[in-house]
Design a protein around this ligand. Structure first.
Ligand code: 5AD
Ligand code: SF4
Length: 475
């Protein structure tokens, strides 16, 4: 059954409605004539998850998904503004949307997510053809706007920071029936000097444990075997809860581990400063928690980390890695790295490369520092020239790939448990899936998507493994 708010929307008359901005005007266009939508997603997993909710909401409103943007009546852009590149990509996409709208003026253009929030005051000025804008965590307003007619009504930026809420009550259109994201918190209380996230997603709010567990239990009932717990800083989860239910992330991992049917638990992202002993113990002791941690380092230089306001240094990070590996010997570690942060010297940069070697990361997302207006680092005077940043990122990518290739090569000959996701993207005669350590494996065998199968690893690259499925041995 659709949530009550959405049922109410369905019954809204196409004329004579009121919006939150008090505007009341209509072209008489009804929901039944607004048939198809297309959602374009930029950025992180949180956005990918929000997009699932957006799709679910639009389906609830009676719209169907279009195969391509130019076949859609409603174009939704779920945006990211963490670096300049997504801003530029969005501008190109919006250029196409504008052209489409001038061909078919009925087209609705909706812009949600972090860019919409950051540009809240300017978005309609900058892009006059945008009909509705909504920030992260205010997806419900898109539904309210569309439900109120969705076309021909005044343009509106809905969803102020104070109205953010967890969208778990909304229906979801998941990519795969056996995997699901579960949001545990929104916002971030850190003040990393390069990062725009706290400004656009607000202060951290933890979702109540009972609500999270109810969602996980319901998902397991629908056949979900793998959940990924999502938050900007998952391991500070719980600290802002009411005293009577205050708890910490390790306890949440243990509770999710107890849910029947959940065989794999992942989480992203933890902040190294908050990765404490109870979480490490829970990871080691809970059968379903996978042997993988994505642990954003950002820089290998303590001096740079300090200017980034990460509140840990190189040594403390390495100590944490040691503690994790002692508790979970087969742990895979991945990370985020930024090069060219203001004031980064050649020596600082070399320290980042040397941590990659020392830790032996299984993979890393590498980013060129991108000044974000309004952040502390954007105002620093010692910005690094673009040529230097680009030269450094090339060198860093080489180190990361070499180390990851070495780590993957160590898996050859081992048996890995693989959750089948489909067929290989490059060779349809092979199956594709992920190991518990979160590495993609292309393999020979016969299994359906959603099955857990044993695969013997036979070859590797820096990004993927090759293997062959082994027969299940009776216990
Ligand atoms: N420039 C470059 N990379 C950034 N990140 C966050 N802000 C910036 C920025 N201004 C990276 C960090 C973070 C990841 C999600 O994006 O590495 O962990
Ligand atoms: Fe940004 Fe730092 Fe918060 Fe991550 S922890 S979202 S990098 S401020």
């Amino acid at each position: 059954m659709p949530p009550p708010a959405l049922s109410a929307l369905r019954s809204l008359a196409p004329v004579g409605y009121a919006t939150a901005s008090g505007v009341c005007q209509s072209t008489g266009r009804t929901l039944s004539t607004m048939r198809r939508y297309y959602v374009t997603t930029f950025g992180c997993q949180m956005n990918a998850h929000d997009s699932e909710r957006i799709r679910g909401l639009l389906e609830e409103l009676g719209l169907g998904e279009a195969a391509a943007p130019d076949e859609a009546d409603v174009l939704v852009f779920n945006t990211c503004t963490i670096r300049e590149k997504p801003d530029q990509r969005l501008a190109a996409y919006l250029g196409n949307a504008k052209a489409q709208k001038s061909r078919s003026p009925e087209t609705v253009v909706a812009v949600g997510g972090c860019y919409a929030e950051a540009q809240r005051d300017r978005i309609f000025e900058r892009y006059p053809f945008v009909d509705v804008a909504f920030g992260p965590g205010t997806i419900h307003h898109l539904g309210e706007w569309l439900g109120a007619g969705g076309n021909g009504i005044a343009r509106s930026a809905f969803g102020t920071a104070g109205e953010r809420r967890f969208s778990a009550a909304l229906a979801t259109q998941r990519e795969r029936p056996f995997q699901a994201w579960v949001q545990v918190s929104m916002g971030c209380n850190s003040v990393c000097s390069y990062c725009i996230v706290p400004a656009v997603r607000g202060r951290e709010v933890s979702r109540r444990p009972g609500e999270i567990l109810a969602e996980v239990t319901a998902l397991a009932g629908e056949g979900v075997r793998e959940v990924t717990l999502l938050g900007q800083n998952v391991n500070s989860w719980g600290r802002d809860l009411r005293p009577d239910i205050r708890t910490e992330f390790g306890e949440l991992l243990r509770a999710v581990d107890e849910v029947d049917g959940i065989e794999r638990i992942r989480f992203t992202s933890p902040h190294p400063k908050d990765f404490r002993a109870p979480v490490i113990a829970a990871m080691a002791e809970c059968e379903a928690v996978c042997e993988h941690a994505h642990l954003p380092l950002q820089s290998g230089s303590t001096r740079v980390l300090k200017r980034m306001r990460r509140t840990y240094g190189r040594e403390r990070y390495l100590r944490l890695v040691g503690e994790l590996r002692t508790a979970i010997p087969d742990l895979a570690l991945t990370t985020d790295l930024i090069v060219g942060f203001p004031g980064e010297t050649e020596g600082d940069f070399e320290e980042t490369c040397s941590v990659v070697e020392e830790v032996g990361f299984d993979g890393a997302f590498t980013f060129v520092y991108s000044p974000r207006s309004g952040t502390e680092a954007a105002a620093m005077l010692d910005q690094v020239p673009d040529e230097v940043k680009h030269e450094r990122i090339e060198r860093l990518v080489n180190v990361v790939q070499r180390v990851a290739a070495e780590r993957n090569a160590q898996r050859i000959g081992l048996m890995e448990e693989v959750l089948v996701e489909g067929t290989s993207r490059t060779d349809p005669s092979l199956l594709r899936g992920r190991t518990r350590r979160n590495v993609t494996v292309n393999f020979t065998g016969s299994a359906a998507a959603g099955e857990l199968v044993p695969v013997r690893i036979t070859a590797s690259t820096s990004q993927t493994l090759r293997g062959s499925q082994e027969a299940l041995v009776a216990a």
